[in-house]
Design a protein around this ligand. Structure first.
Ligand SMILES: [Zn+2]
Length: 417
């Protein structure tokens, strides 16, 4: 028997150029796949699950192309840290306190945080993989959450005396064991994060890129943060630029460097809240509009609007992760990755374009319903499933263990002074 979900009477924002917005619109999902978008759709059977979307925006699940998901258990551990401080305090600090079980618990909780916010696909930049067990734990957390996306595997572990270690061959095992054949593992596929020229020697960087490309995996690197080296020119001179690379942050890139990224077919991930929090640059890498700020000029309007931002957060993200044939817009034939945002609250019931109101005021608490592949993962404003309370318990156990380890380290450091 067919499994049908019919979402009715919502303000449907398809993010599909051919379909546009459909006020008072309906979305039919059959066996996990969007089959029809329109008005006045009738349920196909008495068993059809009908979702009343009046007063809600119905939109594609959002896509976060860069998330260190394993950090789900350490929120607010370092609320004032900059990018520069992140290395010693997190990467060489509390990261090393994480066992494989902690990485699993943190990743599961981190992926649930994303789903709760209406993010149905992520690029998980998994940089706490000190052993094969850590990598397996990370992947298990992603899988159990039900989220879609790309598991960017990598990591300079296991712990070694080499101050600049090569990427582990474990990525090969991970690919062969968990992503064989068509490269899919349920809703997940695999990529590799590389340190890139900003964080390793030119020689190691060339080896890293060669390794990822030998494995046939898409690449993600951090570039262009304040205080880091000229990554793009190094990649260019080593002939490493390519359309298989996603560049993250990019705050301090020059116009020439953006041109190199564009002409080589690479993609960019913007990280605006992190940029401000962690001092990665003066403003996000959103282009010429913001250069008026640099020139101290006044303008009547900015070029980017809330609809542009929603486009970046949906179909744009899908293109970056290489999953646009599967998700990123409400298009018949794509997966039923759908989010309902309740727009009836005082802060969202506005005068103008509902999408502008969404961009200006909506947050995770306004996300009422989340479906991934037609499966309800959030409903009536709460995450769904017996695994949620278990995940919360695991996350709290991890926090307790981490607190004990951090305190032990701090005491040991005091004693040596
Ligand atoms: Zn990052």
């Amino acid at each position: 028997m067919d499994d049908e979900v019919l979402i009715t009477g919502g303000y449907v924002v398809t993010m599909d150029d051919d379909l546009g917005d459909v006020p008072g619109g309906d979305v039919r999902i059959l066996n996990g796949v969007i089959t029809e978008i329109g008005t006045g759709l009738r349920p196909g059977s008495p068993d059809t699950e009908i979702v009343d979307a009046r007063g809600r925006i119905v939109m594609p699940g959002m896509i976060d192309t860069h998330r260190h998901t394993w950090q789900g258990a350490i929120a607010a551990y370092t609320p004032q840290i900059t990018g520069y401080g992140y290395g010693p305090v997190v990467l060489s600090g509390i990261t090393l306190d994480h066992t494989a079980e902690d990485v699993y618990a943190g990743t599961l909780w981190g992926a649930l945080q994303a789903l709760d916010a209406g993010i149905t696909s992520i690029g998980d930049w998994a940089h706490a993989l000190r052993s094969a067990e850590h990598a397996d734990g990370n992947l298990r957390g992603l899988k159990e959450s039900g989220i879609r996306g790309v598991f960017f595997c990598g990591g300079p572990g296991p712990a070694t005396d080499d101050p600049n270690p090569p990427h582990p061959v474990d990525a090969r095992r991970m690919r062969d064991e968990n992503f064989p054949g068509n490269g899919m593992n349920g809703r997940l596929r695999m990529g590799m994060w590389l340190r890139g020229p900003a964080f390793t020697s030119a020689e190691r960087n060339r080896e890293d890129f060669a390794f990822a490309r030998e494995l046939g995996l898409p690449i993600s690197v951090h570039v262009g943060m304040a205080g880091t080296a000229d990554a793009i020119p190094v990649l260019q001179s080593d002939e490493l630029l390519g359309d298989d690379i996603n560049y993250v942050h990019c705050n301090m890139l020059t116009d020439e460097e953006f041109d190199l990224v564009r002409s080589s077919g690479g993609t960019i991930t913007l990280t605006p809240s992190t940029d401000m929090l962690m001092q990665f640059g003066t403003y996000p890498a959103t282009g010429p509009t913001l250069e008026t700020l640099a020139r101290n000029e006044m303008v009547h309007e900015v070029e980017l609007n809330q609809r542009d931002m929603l486009r970046l957060a949906t179909i744009g993200g899908a293109l970056v992760l290489g999953i646009a044939d599967e998700t990123g817009s409400l298009t018949p034939g794509k997966q039923g990755d759908v989010v309902l945002v309740d727009m009836r609250s005082p802060h969202l019931d506005g005068y103008g374009d509902p999408v502008a109101m969404l961009g200006l005021g909506a947050g995770p608490a306004d996300v009422e319903t989340v479906l991934v592949g037609g499966e309800f993962l959030k409903r009536d404003g709460a995450l769904v499933g017996g695994h949620i309370e278990r995940a919360r318990e695991l996350m709290h156990q991890t926090q307790d263990r981490l607190r004990a380890r951090v305190q032990r380290r701090e005491r040991a450091a005091l004693q040596t002074h």
